[in-house]
Design a protein around this ligand. Structure first.
Ligand code: K7E
Ligand code: CUA
Ligand code: CA
Length: 655
């Protein structure tokens, strides 16, 4: 971009919008001398061209003028509450977020893998324990990259208990409590890099009485030496990837499966039998040019009960100093369907995203480099594992062209799928049964129902309750990776654009643009009746709670000093406290206020401490009193008319 462009606001003429990315993307791929499976649609990436093989609906008109007439109520009047919770990832901000929907208002940020000086996440002892520390007490990691958020299930819908999110950088899985929307556990998965897709199981594959989530499945993109300790450095043929199962309650890693290929997204079946991950680079290429040579990649299916039986039978090994049992799920080791732990359904090259239909029948993979979606019939996959289907590719019941750069799919619960087309900057609405008819040879079956332009380059998409059997087909949100001209310019970094679309009728209607801090990937939309939060904490939840003002004080044990303080608006229970230079000081602060929304803060200048305590909550910090002097510990969170007076002196005596 030249300087003149950087400094001016330019109107972006509509016809150029598709050229923004796809021209460059194609040039790059073509330059590498690669066939990208797009030859049918290569000339002109218009909706009409990309759907040439199928009768298609006309592209949607410019949407803004229609937005107000859709009738879906998105503007909340003052005091009015949203009807859905949106639980959002935050990408490389390392956090998660809660949006109220359909208004799109951001209600809360949930620090997860990042450090947050509002709440004190990464600063308090309690949060450091969850994130993990090095021997010297510093945080093990300060960075995170959240992509996929999914909630715990009961009877095929959300139970509101937990949400999980992956950290791609450091291969960690975090759990967020649905009652307080705070992270309560983080698990680092051994022997992998590029932890990407996650999905909770929806019921137990063995015990039919367990119709709720007890496992979280984790896909792994980057292949690595096993163990990654310096061996096999430049021998990519010896690298591998591992699919991982984490226990939903204990958050311990239960088992891993060695797999061919780079796993992308994960889905689980409503009957509990299967987890699956679409995968690219089944070639095992270690360099960009080598990751796209095969025409077909796969969606790999895991028979969960068989894997767990194999581990019970002792048919596992371990990697390096990890004691997690690993079974062999490579294609070569699973050629007999009747004993196979895994089955590889071939899908066109470098697929992205796999999503389960709300009726539980199909998994749908998006083509990414192929302009198609692939619909896989789970009953036929089961037939293959049971020895009743000779070729697992026959589980593919539809593979139809939908447009350029299909990435992710969601559902309205009425038989329609909505797939993002990254290169076309569109969403295509298509009917699953019609796509199956078309694929079966009925060329009159019009499976494309509608298309709509989005702004721009969409990735994830999710409809209200779309990941459950209660998909209600009200609206969907789509995460657009580029916002370009949609918001006031603020310099080189643009926000992402989360758009909201009414999907109640035959035609989609664009309702709203929302700027978001980069860069959410996935999200789920949960009706509010399923979420039960509590606004006041329980004093007993923290073993060190200062339950009574008279328990406050300074308690010394050698050079370790514990300062117990309570807050009760608008004062702390200690007016001052004294420690000595060189002491290791632990401050335990309990907020004794019981009133909802009466949060206090605690900041110590020059000691780099800042956190908040909610009603009836306790938090603690530990630091070395290395600077003598007077330090005003003050309340950061506006709590009372006398909020500014709410402070106490820490007197550090010189050694
Ligand atoms: Cu879910 Cu963004 Cu990690 Cu697709 S990935 S966009
Ligand atoms: Cu307490 Cu402000
Ligand atoms: Ca962007």
């Amino acid at each position: 971009m030249n300087e003149a462009k950087m400094n001016t606001v330019e109107a972006m003429p509509d016809p150029s919008r598709r050229k923004f990315l796809n021209t460059a993307a194609f040039a790059g791929l073509a330059g590498a001398g690669l066939s990208v499976g797009l030859s049918a649609c290569n000339k002109e990436s218009t909706p009409a061209a990309s759907s040439a093989a199928a009768p298609a609906a006309a592209p949607a008109a410019a949407p803004s003028a229609k937005a107000a007439s859709s009738g879906l109520h998105t503007h909340m009047a003052p005091g009015e509450l949203d009807t859905y919770y949106g639980v959002w990832s935050g990408g490389h901000s390392g956090e998660c977020r809660i949006l109220g929907l359909p208004s799109g208002r951001e209600i809360k940020r949930i620090p997860t893998f990042n450090v947050d000086c509002m709440s004190g996440w990464g600063i308090t002892n309690e949060s450091k324990k969850i994130i993990g520390t090095r021997p010297d007490g510093r945080l093990k990691y300060m960075t995170g990259d959240t992509h996929h958020v999914h909630g715990s299930y009961k009877d095929g819908t959300y139970d509101g208990k937990y949400f999980w999110v992956n950290d791609k950088i450091h291969s960690r899985l975090a759990r967020i409590r649905g009652d307080v929307f705070e992270c309560d556990a983080i698990t680092e998965i051994p022997n992998i890099q590029g932890f990407h897709g996650i999905f909770p199981d929806r019921r137990d594959p063995v015990d039919a009485s367990i119709n709720y989530t007890t496992r979280v499945f984790c896909g792994n993109e980057f292949h690595l030496p096993k163990p990654n300790d310096g061996r096999d450095l430049d021998e990519p043929e010896k690298y591998g990837t591992l699919f991982t199962c984490v226990d939903a309650e204990t958050m311990k890693v239960r088992w891993q499966v060695k797999v061919d290929g780079n796993m992308d997204l994960v889905a689980s079946s409503y009957d509990g039998r299967f987890a699956a991950s679409n995968q690219y680079n089944t070639e095992g290429g270690a360099r960009y040019e080598d990751m796209m040579s095969a025409e077909m990649d796969a969606c790999v299916f895991f028979d969960v009960a068989r894997i767990e039986q194999a581990i019970k039978d002792g048919k596992f090994y371990t990697v390096g100093d990890s004691n997690v049992p690993v079974v062999d799920g490579t294609k070569a080791a699973n050629t007999d369907p009747k004993t196979a732990l895994t089955g590889y359904v071939p899908v066109p090259k470098n697929p992205h995203g796999v999503n389960a239909t709300p009726d539980g029948k199909y998994f749908i993979c998006s083509g990414k480099l192929s302009p198609t979606t692939t619909t896989i019939d789970l009953a036929k996959v089961a037939d293959w594992f049971d020895g009743k289907l000779d070729d697992i590719r026959k589980a593919v019941v539809a593979e139809v062209e939908v447009g350029l750069g299909p990435l992710h799919t969601t559902f309205d619960g009425r038989g329609n799928a909505f797939t993002t087309l990254f290169l076309d900057s569109q969403i295509v609405k298509w009917n699953i049964e019609k796509a199956i008819q078309f694929f079966n040879g009925d060329k009159s079956a019009q499976y494309v129902v509608d298309r709509i332009d989005v702004h721009y380059q969409p990735g994830h998409i999710n409809a209200s309750m779309g990941e459950t059997k209660e998909a209600d087909g009200q609206f969907l949100a789509v995460g657009c990776k580029f916002s370009k001209d949609r918001f006031l310019p603020v310099g080189p970094m643009h926000p992402e654009n989360e758009q909201l679309i009414d999907i109640r009728g035959e035609k989609m209607v664009l309702l709203a643009d929302h700027p978001v801090h980069p860069e959410p990937h996935d999200f789920v939309i949960v009706k509010r009746e399923l979420i039960h939060t509590k606004q006041v904490c329980n004093l007993d939840d923290h073993p060190l709670a200062v339950k009574d003002a008279k328990d406050s004080g300074v308690f010394r044990d050698g050079n370790k000093v514990t300062v117990k303080i309570a807050s009760l608006a608008p004062a702390y229970t200690l007016r001052e406290f004294t420690v000595r230079q060189g002491d290791e000081v632990t401050i335990i602060l309990t907020n004794l206020d019981k009133i909802e929304d009466l949060t206090h803060g605690w900041a110590i200048p020059q000691y780099d401490i800042n956190f908040t305590v909610n009603p009836q909550e306790t938090k603690s910090v530990t630091f070395k009193a290395d600077k003598p002097g007077v330090f005003w510990c003050y309340c950061t969170h506006f709590c009372h008319a006398l909020h500014l007076e709410m402070r106490t002196r820490m007197l550090v005596e010189a050694a």
